[in-house]
Design a protein around this ligand. Sequence first.
Ligand SMILES: [Zn+2]
Length: 672
Amino acid sequence: MKDHATDLNPRTDPPLDFVDRDFGELTPADYDALGFMCGLEVHQQLLTDGKLFCRCPAGLRSRKVDAEVLRHMRPTLSELGEYDGTALMEFKTKKEIVYQLARRSVCTYEMDDTPPFAIDEQAVKIAMEVAQLLGSNLVSELHVMRKQYLDGSIPTGFQRTAMVALAGAIPFAESELGPGRMLRIRQLSLEEDSCREISDIGHRILFRTDRLGTPLTETVTEPDLLTPLDVQAGARLLARVARASGKVRRGAGAARQDVNVSIAGGRRVEIKGVGNHRKLPELVHIEAFRQLNLLPIREELRRRGVTADMLSPDLSIDATGILKKSDFAPIQEALERGDSVRAVKLPGFGGLLTHRTQPGMVFARELGERVRVIACLTARPFMIHSDIEDYGVIGTHWQQLRKGLKAGSRSADAVVVLWGDDADVLTGVKEVVLRAQEALIGVPSETRQAFSDGTNGFERILPGPDRMYPDTDTPPVSIPDAWVTEIAAGLKERPWERQVRYVELGLTHANAWALTDAVWADLFDELAPATPDAARRLATGLQKRVAQQRSMPGFKLPTADRLAPLVRALERSGPIRHAFESMLLSQLRNPNQSAEDLLFVYGDTAGADADMRTSIQRTVATKLEVRTRDPEAIMRWAMGRVMPSLLGRIEPLVVYDRLARALGLVAEEATP
Ligand SMILES: [Zn+2]
């Protein structure tokens, strides 16, 4: 396995006595003590008509499948003449890959039968726009590179990618580490999306190709995120900046992030494909402690004098003979199926396999995952080990296995037993040994997958630096100066600039921040409320009522023309402004209702005083209905009865005052 110095956390002093605690129990200072560092890679689909390197439509989701293509992967030498570690790993899994094709969303380019078309201009321009919003420096020429992608999710075995911009920075006001922080952007690339995985069972993996080739930006940050909550805030901020362009896809699967996490003494570990920002903090917290928990294992192995060359697949035996009389059902069933059972010795690992790594997981899981992913063992369970002696096979059998393996006592050497298909078990034994060897370096470079409970599992070995090489099928594309000027001229306001503008209009910081990302932000701007009160009421009204109505079938945002009379009424003082939310809701529910009609109905002040008197008298008469003596509760109940018919006609404060007096809840002389 290659070891990349750049992947090491800059700090080499892990706080080994730091107690493993749950997310939410640590302060930013604790994460600082841990040396926690995280960077993000955000993948955001762009709202283009077509795909990046062919003329198929983007954004179509196929349910119908017209054809299937079966592929086998084999590793080829990279142009530098080396095998990539990831490539070899994928080859070891011996997967059969099936692509499901739908005629309208895929052509021969995606299936590697036609060379790429020219890069999609619309996508390039959107990527340039997002890069400018991120304050990055645009490249003058696009060079398409191939990024090896050997999990089968791209039929060509590589992804075409082009760097668009470098070295940016954006204000990171949402950081929990206080004001004045910046989030640095390392680079932004334009890439083609991979296939959607439909299933992955045993040696067969199924992909659908509709998403393949969709243009997306990959934004990579520097490791500036120093607490789990900052990881979440950073991801949200990047998503917001991209959305500010108005030209990116929204909704499930349109944005996915990978996180790169390390702690002092650890090494960069990439966790792939997190679709949900809410899950990020716990996920990276748990990964930080997984790394911290792996380090004492390294220390103990060093103390015991274990070295990599002491570990070998040769230290394994066929355990069929010993275990054929075992009454442990999974092994019995495996032998009945004709599967093989092997035991491997891990010298010096006694007692370490039950060392905690993640909530509900121990070190043995790290071995088991390698075996499951790479050797594709599918039986449940497929592995037992000697650190849990009373599970699986009986003591006598363990003793016989130890004897056969020339293993020492239980506290000295560990024994791992695997069962499954012959060839898979041999692969599995090798993987157990490889992962055990990696325990000697502490935290191996890996790509891991996020689980829904916040824990994570092995996905693949982190690819080496030789994973990128130039694409010989596409000439460099120079970016015309005219494009840069055109994009700069039409550049949307950055979210933090927009927030400042809204705060100046009279909104709170929080409401202003929420509004910058709302789909009705442009509508708000068009309506241009002229007073702070009108701005606040309009922002709150849209936030509450649009959010409530937009899931309704056929819902469309009203135009500024339709809403303008209501907003103009808001700007005038008078009771009508209290009816704004109700009028807005009516308009959203019934687009045919004119604002003028609503203003007439709600603003009809004729007879309002008389209506108020009648309504108050009636309410006082039925006061006995309330069983409480709490004056506030009584007033809430009474206002709820009187106010609806007076909304927009009389100031609520006036009604409240009269009502309180009528109910005898305020001394007469207290009110002027
Ligand atoms: Zn195509």
